[in-house]
Design a protein around this ligand. Structure first.
Ligand code: NAD
Length: 487
């Protein structure tokens, strides 16, 4: 086998299925290619699970479920704490691997490795906070004893945009709660999830508690697992389109759906905002992960009185971002994950421009290999431009103006999504008043980032069901049982 520039980064990264604590090929030998978005070269392949493999993974998870649930909460917590430490220690290698398979620039990958680790630290702390309740029934005088028990086997399905953090955000609370899991990572980015496995083993996660099965046949594989009565939770992060299908599939066995779906985040700048702070916030809200985030600012509403000042400063910052291979020093904008994602961005910008938008910076994909698209700012975007309704999932900021609070609230809420909204104002009472009126699960008030393991992450409307992180994240993997006691 000839040496390739990728050998260093891929050394020691498993590429088989991980079922019941063992590495094995797919039952039918199928594999899926993994591509470097910076060069379009196939860098390796991973085993692609069949329906039989999925059944075997559920068997493995179910077999050890009772033993894992019976472990003392502190023991489960200590294992998660160790996993946190191991990921932190191995952060640079994981970051480079993420950049290799996803494209995102190294600073984004490093931030994700740290963020991913934090879900294990938080879950380690939550593992010992599964509290119950005792009360007296008002009429009968019986005692009401409430406790929370692990739900059972959980199927976890994750997207490619945060290949480490979306996995740990689910594995952490599931294991803390006493559930065992089968993880199906995105086909574009299976390596990061597989690379986490040796760290989990070293931390002391017993065989069968976590199973990882990449698969190109996602629909069939996940569908099969949802037919198994032992599966009690489906925790999914991805598009609203696929989420809807999984909610339907989960209905047959009444499996609990936890759905972190798409977004269409408004970013509102009032006329009294600190413009430098708003620009700083916009850079994070738009450019974290190059716009490939469900939380990415998708529509900018800037008060007419400060529009020009904001655009000038924001466009200057966007223009200064270096586009290139995410593994290179100084690069802030790596390639998008695949041709489809890049082509969608190209199409959305062309549509906006055809409908009257002005390109202030960026706006053209470079020629040559790699799924590149530069940081782009558009002004004068018309209301019927497609990119105001669709997730852009790229480094493009469409800016419109507004004049009035009621008007901007109505425009911000005019979407089927409700994940996150951002607003900037120096007037805190206005900030809180407008926050309450916005139909979004999360609000960044004078902040361009809301993601935090200690906060309940999730959306309203068609952005999802349930929450991840905080105490709510643990509760999603627990069932409530109440015992009525004749005291
Ligand atoms: P996707 O919906 O295409 O895929 C997500 C996962 O589902 C992948 O593992 C994929 O292989 C799998 N999948 C695809 N079809 C399936 C099917 N029929 N049955 C079962 N599984 C199936 O999403 P993506 O393109 O990987 O990720 C981008 C999307 O994820 C965006 O819409 C983004 O907003 C969303 N997202 C949401 C959050 C959140 O927390 N709300 C976080 C990150 C990404």
């Amino acid at each position: 086998m000839p040496n390739t520039p990728y050998d260093n980064l891929l050394a020691g990264v498993p590429t088989e299925l991980y079922i019941g604590g063992e590495w094995r090929p797919a039952s039918d030998g199928a594999r899926l290619d993994v591509t470097d978005p910076a060069t379009e070269a196939v860098i390796t392949s991973a085993a692609s699970a069949s329906v039989d493999d999925a059944k075997a993974a559920v068997d493995a998870a179910a077999a050890v479920g009772p033993a894992w649930a019976a472990k003392k909460p502190r023991e489960r917590g200590e294992i998660l704490r160790k996993a946190f430490e191991l990921i932190v220690k191995d952060g640079e290698r994981l970051a480079r691997l993420m950049t290799l398979e996803n494209g995102k620039a190294l600073p984004d990958s490093r931030a994700e490795a740290a963020y991913a680790a934090e879900f294990f630290r938080w879950s380690a702390e939550e593992a010992v906070r599964n509290l119950g309740q005792v009360s007296t029934a008002p009429s009968s005088g019986a005692r009401i004893l409430v406790q929370h028990k692990p739900a059972g086997v959980a199927v976890l399905v994750t997207p490619w945009n945060f290949p480490a953090a979306m996995a740990t955000r689910k594995i952490g609370p599931a294991l803390a709660a006493g559930c065992t899991v089968v993880l199906k990572p995105a086909s574009e980015t299976p390596l990061t999830a597989l690379a986490l496995v040796p760290l989990l083993e070293e931390a002391g996660v017993p065989p069968g508690v976590v199973n990882v099965i990449p698969s190109r046949r996602s629909g069939a594989v996940v569908g099969e697992m949802l037919k198994d009565m032992r599966v009690r939770v489906i925790s999914f992060t991805g598009s609203t389109e696929v989420g809807r299908k999984l909610i339907h599939a989960a209905a047959d066995n009444v499996v609990k759906p936890v759905m972190e779906l798409g977004g269409n985040a408004p970013f509102i700048v009032f006329d009294d905002a600190d413009i430098d702070a708003a620009v700083e916030g916009a850079m994070i809200a738009k450019m974290r992960n190059m716009g490939e985030a469900c939380t990415s600012a998708n529509r900018f509403y800037v008060h007419a009185a400060v529009h020009d000042a904001f655009v000038e400063k924001f466009a200057a910052r966007m223009r200064s971002l270096k586009l290139g291979n995410g593994l290179e020093d100084g690069v802030a904008v790596g390639p998008l994950v695949n041709a489809e994602t890049r082509d969608k961005v190209v199409h959305l910008v062309a549509d906006a421009v055809a409908k009257g938008a002005k390109v202030v910076t960026g706006g053209k994909a470079p020629d040559g290999k790699g799924f590149y698209y530069p940081a782009t700012v558009l002004t004068g975007v018309s209301d019927d431009a497609e990119l105001l309704r669709e997730e852009i999932f790229g480094p493009v900021a469409p800016i419109q103006t507004f004049r009035d609070e009621d008007e901007v609230v109505a425009r911000a809420n005019a979407t089927e999504y409700g994940l996150v909204a951002y607003l900037f104002t120096r007037d805190l009472s206005r900030g809180l008043r407008v926050s309450e009126r916005l139909e979004f699960g999360m609000i960044g008030l004078n902040r361009g980032i809301v993601s935090d393991p200690a906060a309940p992450f999730g959306g309203m409307k068609q952005s999802g069901l349930g929450r991840e992180g905080a105490h709510e994240g643990l509760m999603e993997f627990l069932e409530t049982q109440y015992v009525s006691v004749n005291w």
